[in-house]
Ligand binder design. Structure first.
Ligand code: ATP
Ligand code: MG
Length: 389
């Protein structure tokens, strides 16, 4: 095939000891992302080539894979000066540019023409045939030529991949996924660091609707496009939430509710051996996200809680949500269990002793156990039509 896709690895090239494991996982992730296409994949420690007849579609799919620094469509020709010059002319003659630069790398040292001389030969060919100029500092078009043992590769447009680490290299974490804007973005950012996910959603029917649940399923599907393995856990939270509202002073209901959410999330992590909880909290966004609130809520568990959007402005979070196509779903107006019966004056500096006092008033542990034994687990989200409506 004379046209193929070259993939340059992302940050994983800095991880010397783990390099092979990173590359192997990246290859696996690419294979599952491309499961609907025919392709051949070849790789070594520094790069990967994919041969396929569906170049454009495969390139689009590769743009959803973490661990890829850049993606380039390359043309492969024999290492023969005339053939190379003609191919370059052929590739660029339909492109619009005024200035260009040729950048040759001669990995095959036995090739007799040195890189700088080869740059000049190719440039001369273009200058004779096309109305254009050389600009070595700021060219409109950069033409890269790599002369290698297995042939010569020519490419012009290097597209950036998503970067990050291959999903799963860090094991799995549990993402608390509400229907809001922040938590899907938090999930996406965790996936970018190589943390694969399960999602956890607390629902309180009939106070929360089937549409709210469907919305969370849709959001899970959207972030699952970057993983393929995500399972959604749905916790029936109604009884526990009603007990909280019955026994706890209005100002503390959100604090206690979130302590219960953390307790349940931590138990599910223990059950499946997940090492972290991930959520969409952002400092100062609401009363339950002041530093004192976070301290008081977090004190119910020792499991690390990762908050990828913690230090971002809402507008920065929204930018990412739009980029990953979760924003329009997130802003659909269905109530979440955190927004129903929202107290007028939620405490912004809750203290732990008071929480413990309120929690003594009802048998929350058995309610938590009941929640956990009734969790609904939904897998294969992107394969079936799981919409509940
Ligand atoms: P988001 O933060 O996702 O935009 P939100 O702002 O409505 O939604 P907050 O009240 O800010 O949610 O809650 C903070 C975080 O707590 C969420 O980002 C999410 O990780 C978690 N969370 C809130 N409600 C739920 C829920 N019903 N199920 C699972 N996790 C939840
Ligand atoms: Mg939020």
């Amino acid at each position: 095939m004379d046209k193929l896709i070259l993939i340059k690895y992302g940050e994983l090239t800095t991880k010397k000891g783990n390099r092979n494991a990173f590359i192997k996982l990246l290859v696996n992730n690419i294979k599952s992302m491309l499961k609907d296409y025919e392709f051949i994949i070849k790789y070594d420690r520094s790069r990967m080539y994919i041969e396929t007849k569906d170049i454009d579609e495969v390139v689009n799919k590769l743009k959803m894979v973490f661990g890829i620094h850049s993606i380039v469509v390359v043309y492969k020709v024999n290492t023969n000066t005339d053939e190379i010059c003609n191919k370059v002319l052929d590739i660029v003659s339909n492109m619009s540019f005024q200035t260009f630069k040729v950048d040759t790398k001669r990995a095959l040292k036995s090739f007799e023409i040195h890189s700088m001389d080869f740059n000049r030969i190719v440039a001369t060919k273009l200058l004779k045939n096309i109305n254009c100029k050389v600009d070595v500092h700021n060219p409109d078009l950069l033409i890269k030529i790599e002369i290698r043992m297995e042939g010569t590769f020519i490419y012009v447009n290097e597209q950036l991949g998503l970067g990050g680490y291959p999903v799963g290299i860090q094991g799995k974490g549990l993402l608390m996924l509400s229907g809001g804007i922040d938590s899907p973005v938090a999930g996406y950012l965790a996936l970018k660091r190589g943390v694969d996910l399960e999602c956890l959603y607390f629902e309180s029917p009939p106070h929360t609707s089937i549409q709210a649940k469907n919305k969370v399923m849709d959001l899970t599907k959207k972030i699952n496009n970057y993983s393929g393995n995500i399972v959604l856990n749905i916790v029936p939270f109604t009884k526990l939430q009603e007990a909280i509202y019955k026994n706890v002073d209005d100002s503390y209901v959100i604090t206690i509710m979130r302590r219960m959410m953390y307790r349940i999330a931590a138990k599910i992590c223990e059950k499946y051996n997940y090492k972290v909880i991930i959520n969409g909290e952002s400092i100062g966004q609401v009363a339950s996200q002041t530093l004192t609130s976070m301290y008081t809520i977090n004190s119910v568990t020792n499991i690390p809680i990762i908050r990828p959007v913690c230090c971002m402005d809402k507008l920065e979070i929204i930018d990412i949500a739009k980029k990953i196509d979760t924003y329009e779903t997130s802003i659909l107006p269905y109530e979440d269990c955190c927004t129903i019966f929202l107290p007028k004056h939620p405490v912004i500096n809750p203290n732990i002793e008071k929480c413990l006092e309120y929690e003594k008033r009802f048998d929350y542990e058995s309610l938590i156990d009941e929640c956990i034994s009734n969790v609904e687990r939904i897998s294969n989200l992107n394969k079936n039509n799981n919409s509940l409506l």
